[in-house]
Design a protein around this ligand. Structure first.
Ligand SMILES: [Zn+2]
Length: 260
């Protein structure tokens, strides 16, 4: 019980998007943000670390490359820039967060053009959890996340998880354990989660991510993955031929089907 719940709590808490404002967009990619930083430049990626343990830089570079390939196969090209600070406080500063409290419980986050790893949260993740998180955050970089609020939060977060979990082979009811428990108890969410449902400390934060992930899976399974990609920046009526109410109803049926 404690293993999947603990893993999900860390996953859910870390998947928020912070600091993707205009300031972050304008910031240059730091070649060496700290004195003595180690920079690993691959053909398609850059990983910068501050006093990282031996092997961690190479490990992160390999994950960034796997994430890049997974994203290229579904969405399109992205060039990963991943920063691994020495402390969570450094990470919060690099991410432009308001303070370490704003990033509590997270393992990585995305700015407009890079992924910043939070060392303590990242260290608590499983191997597959690390891949999911790096991929999730890199998807935000590739897609422009909510594009200033023009893309619904459920679609931005759900699509990042859709790509993040693609090919991991993880069981749906395990990944969406919290939501599955509610559905099995006969409680279905009324509507797709909104921005407030993804706020740090929201009471059903884990469920919000699970709802968003399964909304994207529903679209991909019923209409095809290309339709899901087109929905990003489009609208359900034009892309899927569904009203918002029909999309919600189809998604709720899908939740009952895959989680009950
Ligand atoms: Zn996210």
């Amino acid at each position: 019980m404690s293993v999947p719940q603990g893993r999900r709590a860390v996953l859910a808490g870390m998947l928020a998007l912070i600091g993707a404002g205009p300031a972050a967009a304008a910031a240059p990619i730091p070649a060496a943000p700290w004195p003595g930083a180690v920079v690993l430049r691959g053909r398609d990626s850059v990983v910068v670390a501050h006093r990282a343990a031996a092997g961690l830089l190479e490990d992160l570079a390999a994950r960034a490359e796997r994430a890049r390939r997974r994203i290229a196969g579904i969405w399109g090209p992205v060039r990963p820039v991943v920063l691994l600070p020495e402390t969570d406080a450094e990470a919060a500063v690099l991410a432009g967060a308001s303070g370490p409290g704003a990033t509590a419980g997270m393992a990585a986050l995305a700015t407009a053009d890079r992924v910043v790893v939070l060392p303590s949260g990242y260290a608590r993740l499983s191997e597959v959890g690390r891949d999911v998180v790096i991929t999730h955050e890199l998807v935000h970089v590739a897609t422009g996340a909510t594009r200033g609020g023009r893309v619904p939060t459920w679609l931005s977060e759900g699509f990042a998880d859709y790509v993040g979990y693609a090919g991991t082979g993880l069981d749906t009811r395990t990944v969406a354990a919290e939501l599955a428990a509610e559905v099995r108890a006969g409680v279905l969410p009324e509507g797709l989660p909104g921005p407030a449902d993804f706020a740090p400390g929201a009471p059903r934060l884990a469920q919000a991510y699970e709802e968003a992930w399964l909304a994207c899976r529903y679209v991909a399974e019923r209409f095809g993955e290309r339709a899901l990609v087109r929905l990003y920046g489009g609208d359900a009526e034009t892309v899927l031929g569904l009203t918002a109410a029909e999309l919600t109803a189809g998604w709720r049926d899908y939740l009952r089907r895959v989680l009950a």
